[in-house]
Design a protein around this ligand. Sequence first.
Ligand code: T1G
Length: 700
Amino acid sequence: MGDVVSYSREGEIAYITVNNPPVNALSLPVRQGLQQCFQQFAADGEAKAAVLICDGRTFIAGADITEFGKPPQDPWLPKVIHEMEALDKITIAAIHGTALGGGLETAMGCHYRCAVASAQVGLPEVTLGLLPGATGTQRLPRLIGPKAALDAMVSGRPMPAKKACEAGAIDKIVDGDLKAGATAFAKELLAQGAKPRRLSEEVVDTSGIDEHFFAEYRNSVAKSARGFFAPEQIIKCVEAAVSMPYADAVKRENELFMECMMSPHSAAQRHLFFAERACSKIPDVPADTPLREIKKVAVIGGGTMGGGIAMNFANAGIPVVLKEINPEALDRGLDIIRGNYDATVKKGRMSPEAMDQCMGLISGALDYAGIGDCDLIIEAVFENMALKKEIFGELDKVAKKGAILASNTSTLNIDEIAASTSRPEDVIGWHFFAPANVMTLLELVRGAKTAKDVIATSLAMSKKIRKTAILVGVCFGFVGNRMFFPYQREAGLMMLEGVPAERIDKVAYDWGWAMGPNGVADLSGLDVLVKVKNEWTERPDDPTLWVIIEKLVEQGRLGQKTKAGIFTYSGRAPVPAPETAAIAKAEAERLGVAQRTDMSDEEIIERLMYSMINEGALILDEGIAIRSSDIDVCFVHGYGMPRYRGGPMQYADSVGLDKVLAAIEKYRARYGDTNWTPAPLLVKLAKAGKTFAEWSAAKG
Ligand code: T1G
């Protein structure tokens, strides 16, 4: 048992305490300890009730995810829970922090549950490509009804304690000290003569269920669950809960749980869980690096990006100054922000009071005088090196000592920008993704001279503004865009070969991307890609690169913002445009691009993905990304790659690098070395039978 679970008693109340930092995960010693301590409680004649409580910052936060993928070890959690539930003396779960997954399942194996108001409870297994596999799919519907249980399990979103109490998942909210409150609750139950409440002996309230319920529920989650494996398995479990005896339904739950556990989706989603936590670990920046204090922020440039960036800080309660060059531009910038907030309020996702509070934190400035006291200044102006250098020269004169000077550049050289100041150690890239107040990815671009505390502060601040940040090195396009360029390159070339834009996008969408490459180009603006091509001075010599997009821009078809680009837009839905097909045909003839009528969907997705993955292998070899999982985080958080694919490098590992290399060699034979020379790291790992993940882990 060790000390991960301990037994004690005060009078007639026993306490079973879990102490397994950092989150009291249900590792094997914890399961063994729970089993033994509840047996000790059963045998303790003095103990009339038991409180299950946890030390540290949270109640049990779930099964130990690090154990997944290894042979399961007895006692399994369902067994421990059923033994707890069978006891003839009452048990009470005392919850603080986050009772999640197996944690809530264990609490539901107790006869009663209490919690402090700040606690949250939930079954987030679906975020790991799993389902609540320790009777949660059977107990939660018995506690809060099938619809509320499905919502909780299919979304994976936790419930605040108050809401969980109203729904019936928690019996009592405890004020003040949790242990004291839980003890009082236990005594109250004893005084009432309360009996053990065993959910396994109850049935689901099916009064709200008719013959259409599950079909309608499936339709209601079709969009958000598109392509994911686990949500459907969860719905099947709840169908079993309402139609089968408990014991049979639990067997069905276990079968479906194992199907999830064995799915590549779960491997991918569990990979991302750890990947998102690894990306803030920088090998040469100690975790205890002192941080610079950020009390006030300035954003230079109030365009779409600048406005969105400013909102992130206001949302985190940090005052932010938006600096523009004239009153009209400043008003436009503030109107963009107000409009964004209005839209959120209208959707019911923000209260008008919260909006006013955020707007109250945003002020305007027309010169640099107003930003001299800012601790972090983010430049978010037009993507032009000369202009950025001029601005950083000004910032160098006005910014306070120790202020962090950041650029939101999406491609340009941070070292060159830093060289226009006398303090290159304070300069770093903060590359947000449009819309900046929505997309969760932030690329922090480390310059050659960027100070370690600037990096540490930027990582900490990114968490505060609810961004997932990866630290990247300096190159054209950093990590995300540099890998997205070959992806977009192949999309353009396939159009020249006669593959309709809409087919390419459908293949990408069906593979799981939120939007195909052509829809993305139209969304971000075709003129943006043309500007990138013009700024990309060291790009490979490829006469076919984005020639269709250049012609479309010449015709004023810039994408969604002009209602016409690669596609035509009457609403937001893209409509195939004959103009694009005509340009593709004409450009193919001009360039002598052979037409392909034999292109399979498999080739389309291989050329899109493997061109990106090959670039990712180069990026890893150059040290531009610290680890392959950072690249995965980049694409899931910044480009709409589905979590069940795990990110491009995880996907390559799951396909097998030997297969990826063979396909690249096939395209090299057809399209030449310029775009299809396999990255040396890919060749090395493929030949050694290794994965990108193993290479990254070995690198440390
Ligand atoms: N298992 C193992 N390690 C875990 C863990 C877990 N369940 N949860 C967190 N960690 C580690 C994490 O990797 C990090 O490690 C440290 O704890 C702090 O985490 C049978 C099958 C609880 C809300 O999905 O949502 O139960 O990086 O940085 O921001 O049906 O952790 O420090 O080395 O995230 O304060 C279901 C997952 C599992 C909850 C805390 N449970 N965890 O957030 O800290 S499946 C979950 C979280 C299951 C059953 C099924 C969050 C948190 P390191 P952190 P945080």
